[in-house]
Write a protein that binds this ligand. Structure first.
Ligand code: ZN
Length: 427
C-alpha cells in the first residue's frame, strides 16, 4: 500500500490509527451524550426510560442499552412536541437554518464547525479549479445548500443550477466548461442523453470529468457506462437527511464507503438493537458526535448493510460499509440472517430460465424454512439442473440456503407480488 500524501485527505481524522479513532470516538460520544441529556428533553427521556445515565456509556458497546429512534418516532415526537420533538440541544436562537423534509421533519442546523459534505466531495477528487454544477433542489431540503458548501470546502467553483431545466444545464456546462457534477446519477444520465439528442458528442464537446452522487443508488451498469463510455470518474456517498449529512463516503478504491468520524456508526440487528460484527448484515444506526444542535441518539436509518475492516488502498483508516443492500422493511430474517428482497431478485434475475418467482419463509418445528416458488420460462427446461445451479448460487449472494425449490404452473404467482412472504406465525 502506498503512503498517503498530505493533501490526499480532507482532514487528519481520515488517517487516524485505530487506537486514536477509538479514543476520539469514545470521548466524542461521551461529550455528545452528556450534552444531549442536559439540553434535549427527549434525549433525557431515552436515558431515563432505559434506566441509565450518560456517564454509564463508557464505550460504543454500551450504546446497546439505549433504544433505537427511527423516522416514525421522530415524526411522532415532532408532532407531540413541536417543532423539534424535544431533540433540540441548543437555545432556539442558536439555530442557523431549518430544513424541512417529508414527514414533515424539521431539521435544525448550525453552519459552523461541521464539514457536512466537504470530506466526501474531496475524496471524490474535487479541487480548486473545478467548475461544478450542483443539481439538487436548494429549497426546503438540505441537499442543495449542503452540497454547495461541500464543493466550496474543496475550494472548487459552484454553479447552483438546482433541479431540472436539462437544456439550461447543458448550455451552462458548455459555456462555463463545467468539469464536475453533484447530484443524482439518473439526472446526469438524462443530461447526457439529451445532449446526444441535440447532436453532441459528449466526450468531445463537454469538459465534465468528475461526478459525485448521492440520493439514489448508483447501479453498477450506470457507473460503468458513465466511466467507460463518457470518461467521467464517479463517486458516491451515503447520506442520511434526518442526521443532516454524509454518514459514509467512497474513495478512489470504490469498494465500500468509509465511515465518517463525525458519527458513531453501528450495524445492528434491527429487532434487538445488538451490535453485529464485520461482514454481518444489519441496520445502519448512527449517533452524531459533532452536532451540538441535534440531540439524536442511535438514529435507525432503516438501511441495511454490513461493514468491512480490511485496510483500504486509499490509506483512509476508517472502516467501510459495503454498500446499501436494502431497507429493513424489505428484509426478512431467516435462521438469524437477513434475506434482502433486492439481493434475492438479483440472483433470480441471473437465470433466464425463470419467468417468475416468490420466496416463502415458514417454520417447521424450531427451524425456519426458505422455499423458492418458481415458474419456468418454458416447459422444456431441466428442473433438476436448474435447482442445482440455483441452490449453489443463491447462498453465495444471500448467505442463506434455499431449503426447497418448488416448480409451479405458469400464472400461479401474481405479477404484483412481494418478493419474500413471511408465513411464520409466532403466537
Ligand atoms: Zn478508501
Amino acid at each position: 500500500m502506498r503512503a498517503a500524501k498530505k493533501d490526499d485527505f480532507f482532514d487528519e481524522l481520515e488517517g487516524m490509527t485505530l487506537e486514536a479513532r477509538e479514543r476520539y470516538q469514545t470521548t466524542g460520544l461521551k461529550k455528545a451524550l452528556e450534552h444531549a441529556y442536559a439540553n434535549a428533553p427527549s434525549a433525557k427521556e431515552i436515558f431515563d426510560r432505559a434506566g441509565i445515565k450518560p456517564t454509564e456509556v463508557r464505550q460504543v458497546k454500551d450504546l446497546e442499552q439505549l433504544p433505537i429512534t427511527r423516522k416514525g418516532d421522530l415524526i411522532e415526537l415532532q408532532r407531540s412536541k413541536p417543532p423539534y420533538g424535544g431533540f433540540l440541544a441548543v437555545p432556539l436562537e442558536e439555530v442557523d437554518r431549518v430544513f424541512i423534509t417529508p414527514g414533515p421533519i424539521y431539521g435544525p442546523h448550525q453552519i459552523e464547525g461541521i464539514s457536512w459534505f466537504g470530506k466526501t466531495i474531496y475524496a471524490a477528487g474535487f479541487r480548486k479549479g473545478d467548475i461544478v454544477i450542483n443539481t439538487p433542489t436548494y429549497h426546503m431540503s438540505p441537499a442543495g445548500l449542503l452540497f454547495h458548501e461541500g464543493v466550496r470546502a474543496c475550494k472548487a467553483t459552484v454553479v447552483p443550477t438546482g433541479v431540472g431545466n436539462t437544456d439550461a444545464q447543458i448550455k451552462t456546462m458548455l459555456d462555463l466548461k463545467v468539469t464536475g457534477y453533484t447530484g443524482m446519477p439518473s439526472f446526469l444520465m438524462s443530461i447526457i442523453k439529451r445532449a446526444e439528442e441535440m447532436g453532441h458528442d459528449f466526450r468531445r464537446d463537454f469538459a465534465l470529468k468528475r461526478a459525485w452522487f448521492t440520493g439514489e443508488m448508483l447501479a453498477p451498469a450506470t457507473r460503468k457506462e458513465l466511466e467507460t463510455r463518457y470518461g467521467i470518474d464517479t463517486y458516491q456517498c451515503y447520506a442520511v437527511t434526518d442526521l443532516g449529512g454524509c454518514v459514509a463516503y467512497e474513495c478512489s478504491g470504490k469498494a465500500g464507503m468509509h465511515f465518517m468520524d463525525e458519527y458513531v456508526i453501528e450495524i445492528v440487528d434491527p429487532d434487538t438493537g445488538k451490535q453485529l460484527g464485520p461482514g454481518e448484515t444489519g441496520e445502519i444506526v448512527a449517533t452524531p458526535i459533532h452536532n451540538p444542535v441535534w440531540g439524536l441518539i442511535r438514529y435507525g436509518t432503516g438501511d441495511i448493510s454490513s461493514y468491512l475492516v480490511e485496510p483500504c488502498p486509499c490509506g483512509r483508516t476508517a472502516y467501510r460499509i459495503s454498500g446499501i443492500v436494502g431497507r429493513t422493511a424489505d428484509a426478512v430474517k431467516v435462521r438469524g440472517m437477513f434475506v434482502i428482497a433486492k439481493q434475492a431478485e438479483q440472483v433470480l434475475a441471473e437465470f433466464n430460465q425463470i419467468a417468475q418467482f416468490q420466496l416463502i419463509v415458514n417454520r417447521t418445528g424450531e427451524r425456519d424454512e426458505l422455499v423458492a416458488k418458481i415458474e419456468l420460462a418454458d416447459e422444456s427446461i431441466d428442473e433438476a439442473r436448474l435447482s442445482l445451479l440455483l441452490s449453489e448460487r443463491f447462498p453465495q449472494v444471500c448467505r442463506v440456503k434455499l431449503d426447497k425449490i418448488e416448480y409451479v404452473p405458469q400464472g400461479t404467482i401474481p405479477q404484483e407480488r412481494r418478493t419474500i412472504v413471511d408465513e411464520r406465525r409466532w403466537e
